[in-house]
Design a protein around this ligand. Structure first.
Ligand code: BES
Ligand code: MN
Ligand code: ZN
Length: 498
């Protein structure tokens, strides 16, 4: 879909969406239209009890004297609560209602709200429409044309349309990253496995990202026994990919911020095998890595002024004659030995070596790992919030704030000292489960923490509940959500580029 910006006039043809606040107020162009039609819009809103709440849409058939196809009134909520998020959601909701038109426009015609710049509002609305327009339909060969969205061009009518276009360029880079993450998360595991996911990372070189792909041989040499132990059950060889973006001005602190993603391209559980019911969902057990790859794409796409590395550990967790067994002891790259008591707690093993490699190779000033690590985080937080664990209050605060601003929300969770003790092993330095069901997500975090070097600010995002959605939301169609890209892009912009 092509998005364009034009002056704030009423289009002559096609379908249009106008916005109304929860006070049922329209902007100047909308009010003018209402007057010219003898108060038709106001009457329609009253008759339908349309209140202007977020998500509300009212379809009005245009009077004969206008050549318009349809008029949609889209609610945006109370005037004093209109922020980027509300604008994006209104854009997404408008898009969903306009998707079956051929020609459509959104009138960015908000009632006078001093804090709101029309060009910025227009860009955020367009961004929301763009995010909602995503589809993963490459394998749907029989879908009829009339069932597919037909909208090829969406025009935003706004004051300051040239400025809006400029603002949109940055948001387009964010959307590209989100779409890449959604694509990766949606691909089935027969298509997307460590080697092919590494190939997708390599494509970022075109944007100026330095990409290094480690194969099994190099990982063996480095002593990555934890990651390799997970990989050994699969016929698909593992990969570890680093993606380096150097965008900081020369004088700035050169040490990068590192993002480390769990990329289990399929998680059967291994010998500690998962039940059949729902196992197909484990194709998205690489969503942490997916978020990191999408983030790097966004940062490079908008030429972020920061030094950032993305590291992804890519493996497939399979049961087989060569798979690791419960009770196996492996030696991680850090030198710590790990007793693998449950082969389904594999993500932490992958992160362990990916983290050590990241520390030693890049000496990052802070490290944030991103992983679909535990089912327990879904029990604790559901599908709205990702879990945040951190050894640094300042870092945690900034991540929470980025989550609030983008709507990719986080909730801070604790790591009790007793849980760290609970993963001491009788046979090795550490074991990969605690042995009881208590605070499963915190146990996972406590394990990962053992592979973070002292003195480094670290955060762990357990995103198992938020990367896949079973129903449509205003700016995320059901399926892969692309969670993490907008959050971490905002974090980089506000912490490293400000
Ligand atoms: N990938 C799973 C976590 C997961 C489970 C994500 C369900 C989404 C939905 C992870 O590798 C895993 O299996 N974790 C185990 C840990 C347990 C064995 C300590 C879990 O959560 O059950
Ligand atoms: Mn698992
Ligand atoms: Zn897993």
């Amino acid at each position: 879909m092509k998005l364009s910006f034009s002056d704030p006039s009423l289009p002559k043809s096609g379908s249009i969406a106008i916005l109304a606040t929860q006070e049922r107020r329209l902007g100047p162009v909308g009010s003018d239209l209402d007057q010219r039609t003898g108060g038709m819009l106001a009457r329609a809103m009253a008759a339908a009890r349309f209140a202007g709440k977020p998500g509300e849409v009212l379809s009005v058939f245009p009077p004969a004297e206008l050549d318009l196809e349809r008029i949609l009134i889209v609610g945006i909520g109370p005037a004093d609560k209109i922020d980027d998020r509300a604008l994006q959601e209104a854009g997404g909701t408008a898009y969903a209602s306009l998707a079956r038109s051929t020609e459509a426009a959104i009138l960015v015609d908000l009632p006078e709200i001093p804090a709101l710049k029309p060009e910025a509002a227009a860009a955020e609305i367009a961004f929301g429409a763009r995010l909602r327009s995503y589809r993963f339909d490459k394998y749907r060969t029989k879908e009829k044309k009339e069932d597919r969205p037909s909208l090829k061009k969406l025009t935003l009518h706004t004051a300051g349309h040239q400025a809006a276009k400029k603002l949109m360029a940055r948001l387009d880079a964010v959307a590209e990253g989100v779409f890449l993450t959604r694509d990766l998360v949606s691909e089935p595991a027969n298509i997307l496995y460590p080697e092919t996911l590494a190939d997708r990372c390599r494509e970022l070189a075109e944007l100026g990202v330095e990409v290094d792909v480690l194969d099994e041989k190099r990982m063996k040499k480095l002593g990555m026994g934890a990651l390799l132990g997970v990989a050994q059950g699969s016929a698909r060889p593992p990969r570890l990919v680093t993606m380096t973006w150097k965008g900081a001005p020369d004088a700035a602190d050169a040490r990068p911020v590192a993002f480390v993603g769990k990329g289990v391209t399929f998680d059967t559980g291994g010998i500690s095998i998962k039940p059949a019911q729902g196992m197909e969902e484990m194709k998205w057990d690489m969503a942490g890595a997916g978020a990191v790859v999408g983030l790097m794409r966004t940062l490079a796409g908008r030429k972020a002024k920061a030094n950032v590395v993305g590291v992804v550990g890519l493996v497939e967790n399979m049961p087989s004659a060569t798979a690791q067994r419960p009770g196996d002891i492996v030696t991680s790259m850090s030198g710590q030995t790990i007793e693998v008591l449950n082969t389904d707690a594999e993500g932490r093993l992958v992160l362990a070596d990916a983290l050590t490699y990241t520390h030693r190779t890049f000496q990052p000033r802070m490290v944030i790992d991103v992983a679909t690590l535990t089912g327990a985080i879904i029990i604790a937080l559901g599908t709205e919030y990702g879990g945040l664990f951190s050894n640094d209050d300042e870092l945690a605060g900034r991540l929470l704030e980025a989550g609030r601003l983008t709507g990719e929300k986080l909730w801070r969770m604790p790591i009790a000292d007793t849980l760290d003790k609970a993963i001491n092993s009788d046979a090795a330095d550490v074991k990969n489960i605690s042995g009881d069901r208590n605070a499963g997500s915190s146990v996972g975090a406590a394990f990962v923490k053992r592979f973070v070097e002292d003195g480094t600010a670290w955060a762990h995002l357990d995103i198992a509940g938020v990367v896949w959605s079973k129903k449509d939301a205003p700016i995320t169609p059901k399926g892969g959500t692309g969670y993490g890209v907008r959050l971490l892009d905002r974090f980089v912009a506000d912490t490293c580029e400000a």
